[in-house]
Write a protein that binds this ligand. Structure first.
Ligand code: GLY
Ligand code: MN
Ligand code: MN
Length: 449
C-alpha cells in the first residue's frame, strides 16, 4: 500500500521534473526528559509505512537529460537510523539500512546521519524541490544550506533550485482519496471505536468518573492492537458537553445528566472520529430526548447529502436547516428560519461545522474548495465526518431553564461510494431506542472480550 502511494507521487514528480524531501515527525518532549510515544508524520507514513523517528524520504523524479544513467530514472531513497546495538538497548529496535530496502521496497537506504551531506549531490539538477518549511527550524536551516550550496554550483553549469514548493498540494490530494487497503484500516479503526463506545455506554453510571470512561475507552482500543487514540478523548458529562474541546475528563457523572463522548481509535495511524451522547442513567429525560431527536434527524439528513456530485458544504447546509427547524419547534428560537440562519442566530446553539475529511489525520488534509473557491463536489473514495450538535449553555437565559446545560453531538464517519455512501461507523448505537438498550447492561467490569 505504501509503495503504491510512493509510486503515485513519484509519477507526479517525474511529470514535473521535480524532487521531494519528506522528513518524518520529530520526537516531542512531554516534560523535562520524558518524551511522548513517537507518532510519525502522516505524509511520511503515507509514503513509507515506516514508524521510526529521525527518518527522511527523498524522492527523485528523474532527470532524463542526465549524463549519469542512474539519475535519469525516478528513485526513492530512505535515510534512517543505522543499527546500533548499544543505542538500541536504550531506545528500541532499529530497522537499519541493510534491511530497509527489502522491508520497505525503497530503491536505496542510507544512514540518516549522512542526509544533509548527501542532499546537494542528490538534488543537483532539480529546479523544483518539494519540501515543507516551518515545522522544524533547525531542519529548515539545513535545507536552506543545501539550496545555497546548489546555487554556488550553478557557476559550473548545474541549474540551481528555482522553486521550493510545499509537497502538500500533491500529497494531500492523493491522501484525500482512500484506496481499498486504506479503507480496511479505517474500517478496523471504526469497528474498534464502536467497541469502545459500547463499553462506555455499559459502564456509565452516576458517580463513575469521566476519567474512568476515558481510560476504559483507551484500554478497549489499545488492547485491540490499535496505534492509539486518533485524538484526545472528550468525555463530557452534563454541561461539560457545551465546552467543545473539553478534555479534562475529571468530573464525576451525575444521575439525570447526558454524557457526550467524542473518541476515535487510530489503526495503523488511520483515524476514526465518533461522537455519541447518551444518558448517564440509561434513560433520556423529555428535554434531552427532544434535543437528541433534533440532532439525530439533522445528522441523518446530512448523511443523505454525502454522495458523488454533491457539494461538500451541502451536508452542513441541510443539517443546519433541520437543527433550526427543530429549535423553532421546541421554542428555543423564534422567528423565520431563513432569516435566523442568515443572521447566524443558530450559532448560539451550533457553533461548529458539520464535517471534515478523515484519514491519517483526524482533521484530514485535502482541499474543501475548488479552484474557483466553491465548495468541492464529493467523489468516491473521500471520507468525511457528519457531526451536527446542539449545545445549550448552562447560563443561557434566553431559553427556559430545563433546556440549559444540555449538549448533544452525534458523529459518524462516512465514505463516499459510487452509488452514494457507506457509514463506516453504522454499527454504533444511535437511535434513542438503541442507545438506551446499549446503556442498559451497565457494569464497569464488563469490558467486551
Ligand atoms: N474530535 C474532533 C472532531 O470531531 O472534529
Ligand atoms: Mn469528533
Ligand atoms: Mn470530527
Amino acid at each position: 500500500m505504501y509503495r503504491e502511494h510512493r509510486e503515485r507521487l513519484l509519477d507526479e514528480l517525474a511529470r514535473e521534473g521535480a524532487a521531494a524531501v519528506m522528513p518524518t515527525a520529530t520526537l516531542k518532549v512531554r516534560n523535562h526528559d520524558s518524551t511522548y510515544r513517537f507518532r510519525p508524520d502522516s505524509d511520511f507514513w503515507y509514503l513509507t509505512g515506516f514508524a521510526e523517528p529521525e527518518a527522511t524520504l527523498v524522492l527523485l523524479g528523474g532527470l532524463p537529460a542526465a549524463e549519469d544513467e542512474a539519475r535519469r530514472e525516478p528513485r526513492s531513497i530512505l535515510f534512517l537510523r543505522e543499527r546500533n546495538p548499544e543505542q538500541e538497548t536504550w531506545t528500541g529496535r532499529r530497522l537499519g539500512t541493510e534491511a530497509a530496502p527489502a522491508e520497505l521496497h525503497v530503491d536505496e537506504a542510507r544512514d540518516a546521519d549522512g542526509l544533509w551531506k548527501a542532499l546537494p549531490d542528490l538534488l543537483a539538477g532539480y529546479e523544483r524541490v518539494h519540501y515543507r518549511t516551518g515545522l522544524d527550524e533547525e531542519r529548515d536551516r539545513e535545507m536552506l544550506g543545501v539550496i545555497d550550496s546548489l546555487r554556488q554550483r550553478s557557476r559550473t553549469g548545474t541549474p540551481p533550485v528555482a522553486e521550493l514548493v510545499d509537497p502538500a498540494t500533491l500529497v494531500h490530494e492523493l491522501r484525500l482519496f482512500k484506496s481499498l487497503a486504506e479503507l480496511d484500516c479505517m474500517r478496523r479503526a471504526a469497528s474498534v471505536t464502536g467497541e469502545a463506545h459500547l463499553a462506555a455506554m455499559r459502564a456509565a453510571a452516576a458517580g463513575v468518573g469521566e476519567q474512568e470512561l476515558d481510560a476504559l475507552i483507551e484500554y478497549t482500543v489499545r488492547r485491540r492492537g490499535c496505534t492509539g487514540m486518533a485524538y484526545t478523548n472528550i468525555v463530557a458529562g452534563g454541561a461539560n458537553a457545551c465546552i467543545l474541546h473539553y478534555i479534562e475528563n475529571d468530573q464525576p457523572l451525575a444521575d439525570g445528566d447526558l454524557l457526550l463522548i467524542d473518541a476515535g481509535a487510530e489503526h495503523q495511524f488511520y483515524a476514526a472520529d465518533v461522537t455519541r451522547t447518551f444518558p448517564v442513567n440509561g434513560v433520556f429525560t423529555d428535554e434531552q430526548r427532544a434535543l437528541y431527536e433534533v440532532v439525530l434527524e439533522a445528522q441523518l439528513a446530512g448523511i443523505d447529502e454525502v454522495r458523488p456530485g454533491v457539494r461538500f458544504d451541502r451536508a452542513h447546509e441541510v443539517a443546519t436547516e433541520r437543527l433550526v427547524a427543530g429549535l423553532l419547534r421546541l421554542g428555543l428560537l423564534q422567528g423565520d428560519a431563513e432569516q435566523l440562519i442568515s443572521d447566524g442566530e443558530h450559532r448560539r446553539f451550533f457553533m461548529h461545522r458539520t464535517g471534515h475529511w478523515l484519514g491519517l489525520d483526524v482533521h484530514d488534509c485535502g482541499a474543501y474548495a475548488d479552484e474557483e473557491g466553491d465548495s468541492r463536489l464529493l467523489e468516491p473514495g473521500m471520507v468525511t465526518t457528519v457531526e451536527p450538535g446542539l449545545y445549550v449553555a448552562p447560563d443561557d437565559e434566553t431559553v427556559e431553564e430545563h433546556w440549559r446545560g444540555i449538549g448533544v453531538r452525534i458523529e459518524d464517519n462516512v465514505l463516499v461510494t459510487a452509488e452514494g455512501n457507506e457509514v463506516l461507523t453504522a454499527d454504533i448505537p444511535k437511535t434513542v431506542e438503541n442507545v438506551e438498550a446499549a446503556c442498559a447492561g451497565r457494569d464497569l467490569d464488563a469490558v467486551p472480550s
